[in-house]
Design a protein. Structure first.
Length: 212
């Protein structure tokens, strides 16, 4: 079983992907962390962030089993990753690794921006998770506040809208739903409701595959 989950920032796709992986006994990969992993490797070894040859080498050497979500979620790592991710040679190097991860038994749940369209177009189930920019900004703001930080809602909203425009407008692998993806709008859903809706889609696919 291979499940592909795409969607914009703060749509809830990561939380949903982790829960689905646990529910069905599959491996999980947040593909966004792979770009952060490359950036962190370069920073840790004092390598430049603007050398594509070095960045590609780091991408091909990246150990997907050693990605630490807590460390890689730091703001500084994200800033570095934004520089690495635009390099033409880095994306195919990481896509190769992501596809190898997806092909490893017993199956996997991958979430990102181009899983159903580019990385795993043959996925058994494809979900495209969305929510309004305002709802996503509120979620991100509450997450930061709950963690003891402080943030400005207007700035978060503006950043999300900028990221949406960049992700959807890029020439290479733009963010968009696959033609056969199931749209899941979580604007009015809590995570449990979204999870149950996703499980129904996965269960239906599994039943169809078993000839039920």
């Amino acid at each position: 079983m291979l499940i592909a989950i795409d969607g914009p920032a703060a749509s809830g796709k990561g939380t949903l992907a982790r829960r689905l992986a646990a529910q069905y006994g599959l491996r999980h990969l947040d593909t966004g962390l792979t770009y952060r992993g490359v950036a962190k490797a370069l920073v840790d070894t004092g390598q430049p962030l603007d050398d594509e040859v070095i960045a590609e080498r780091a991408a091909r050497a990246l150990d997907l089993g050693a990605l630490d979500r807590t460390v890689l979620s730091e703001h500084g790592v994200g800033e570095a990753a934004s520089k690495v991710a635009v390099m033409p040679a880095v994306r195919p190097a990481l896509v190769d690794k992501q596809r190898a991860f997806a092909a490893t038994p017993p199956g996997a749940v991958l979430d990102g921006r181009d899983i159903g369209t580019v990385v795993c177009p043959h996925a058994d189930v494809k979900l495209y998770v969305i929510a309004s920019p305002e709802v996503r900004a509120t979620r991100r703001w509450r997450e930061i506040e709950a963690g003891g930080g402080s943030a400005d809602y207007a700035e978060i909203l503006a950043d999300i809208e900028r990221r949406d425009a960049r992700d959807m407008g890029r020439a290479d692998s733009p963010l968009r739903p696959a033609d056969d993806a199931h749209l899941l709008d979580t604007s009015e859903m809590d995570i449990e409701t979204a999870f149950q809706a996703a499980c129904k889609l996965v269960d239906a696919r599994m039943a169809a595959g078993n000839g039920d």
